[in-house]
Design a protein around this ligand. Structure first.
Ligand SMILES: Cc1cc2nc3c(=O)[nH]c(=O)nc-3n(C[C@H](O)[C@H](O)[C@H](O)COP(=O)(O)O)c2cc1C
Length: 394
């Protein structure tokens, strides 16, 4: 299977190491960053979702209309929309992009962040709602006949859409989360299951949880797996490690200055430190892994995750392009189909990673795939030699 690369579609500069110098939605920067991905070998970019951030759906339409190849992964939170409306938005975007849309359904890992936009369900309830929402969206994408829906969270009658996706039977459904409720919902509904980069052993364990959930849901296939990292590359190992330590010092200074946005604002009576403590299982796992060790496997480095309180995609892969590429290939060998990466200098790192790391990984994956095809053909030929021919049988 060819490997795919997912980058980031930011609408402004700024990261954990640098304050933003653009507007929150800067048209030129949005296009420049996405174009850098398209021109440097990336397959797709993620438009993330945050309560106060620019709406990613029109951002996706903007990029789709200006770029020809780059695919778009659009993050969407069910609480901000009704599924009939969202399904039409997605179908329209798939038309605008000529079939380049995948939707990443977000349940929400923080009560406080969800409540900012009026969502007061518990996390487990949110997962149940996400699952119902995805089922409805899939049905709307594929149903030519009006239908009624009577569910736990949604109820409507006689709906049929007049706009359908280019992709048939429908666009891909992407999903993330590392709690039991997440595996159950995503294992049942997702085409792509997204994980944050963890050591190989923990990643293998999560992949197994996803596959078991898919089986439990009665599926004969299982979601493709995506894993996300923060690569820190330089021409030599020594320079890469210097850069890594510099990066984490800058994150800490940035955080201490208050410039890094907190996951949840401290509530009355709560210490600022408590506001950094994540509620979502995925971030808790990252913190636990960081507390247990700084370095894992070939190049995984956890201080970047520790410094941000396990804020999403935050574990680094440190080394030369060759080392980082080999580390990524270890994940491919584990069953990962999509490699997601984002640097700390969004634009410069997208170019460097695309120029120096992606070609190595693609070449090695092509070799592995060719070897696999050759081995299968040889095994079939050997089995054929052992089998009596049709003539002899007759
Ligand atoms: C690759 C990936 C991307 C995500 N993108 C977003 C995002 O843009 N906005 C957001 O609020 N949550 C995002 N999430 C969070 C998840 O959708 C989910 O709400 C959270 O991880 C649930 O927590 P759990 O680990 O406790 O199940 C993302 C998760 C993953 C794995």
């Amino acid at each position: 299977m060819p490997v795919e690369f997912l980058g980031i579609a930011a609408t402004g500069d700024g990261s954990e190491t640098a304050a933003r110098t653009t507007a929150a939605f800067d048209r030129d920067y949005t296009l420049r960053l996405a174009r850098a991905h398209e021109e440097h070998g990336w397959d797709r970019v993620l438009f993330a979702y945050g309560a106060g951030s620019p709406d990613p759906a029109p951002g996706a339409a903007y990029l789709a209309a200006r770029l020809d190849k780059l695919q778009i992964l659009l993050a969407h939170r069910p609480n901000v929309s009704y599924p009939t409306f969202a399904a039409k938005t997605f179908a329209t975007l798939d038309q605008i992009s000529d079939g380049r849309l995948t939707v990443h359904f977000i349940t929400g890992g923080s009560d406080h962040e969800q409540q900012r936009e009026g969502d007061f369900l518990t996390k487990d309830q949110r997962y149940a709602r996400t699952r119902e929402y995805i089922e409805i969206v899939k049905r709307i994408w594929t149903s030519r006949e009006p239908f009624d829906h009577e569910g736990e969270y949604y109820r409507f009658h006689d709906f049929v859409s007049d706009v359908f996706p280019v992709q048939q039977p429908r666009p891909g459904v992407s999903f993330g989360g590392s709690s039991a409720a997440a595996y159950a919902a995503g294992g049942a509904e997702a085409d792509i299951y997204c994980l944050w980069g963890e050591p190989l052993a923990q990643t293998a364990e999560q992949i197994e949880r996803v596959r078991a959930a898919a089986r439990a849901a009665g599926r004969t296939d299982s979601p493709r797996i995506q894993v996300a990292f923060r690569p820190i590359i330089a021409p030599t190992e020594e320079l890469a490690w210097e850069k890594a330590y510099r990066t984490v010092d800058t994150i800490k200074a940035h955080k201490a200055s208050g410039a890094l946005v907190r996951r949840t604002a401290a509530r009355p009576g709560e210490t600022a430190d408590a506001a950094w403590r994540p509620e979502n299982a995925g971030s808790q796992r990252l913190i636990e892994i960081a507390e247990a060790g700084e370095r894992y496997d070939r190049a995984l480095w956890t201080p970047t995750a520790a410094a941000t309180g396990g804020a999403g995609n935050s574990n680094a892969l440190v080394g030369t392009p060759e080392t980082v590429a080999q580390a990524l290939l270890d994940y491919y060998d584990l069953g990962v189909d999509i490699l997601s990466a984002r640097g700390y200098d969004l634009l410069g790192d997208a170019i460097d990673f695309g120029r120096y790391v992606i070609p190595i990984v693609r070449e090695e994956v092509a070799k592995r795939d060719a070897a696999r095809v050759a081995a299968t053909a040889a095994a079939e030929a050997a089995a054929g030699r052992d089998r009596p021919s049709a003539l002899v049988q007759a």
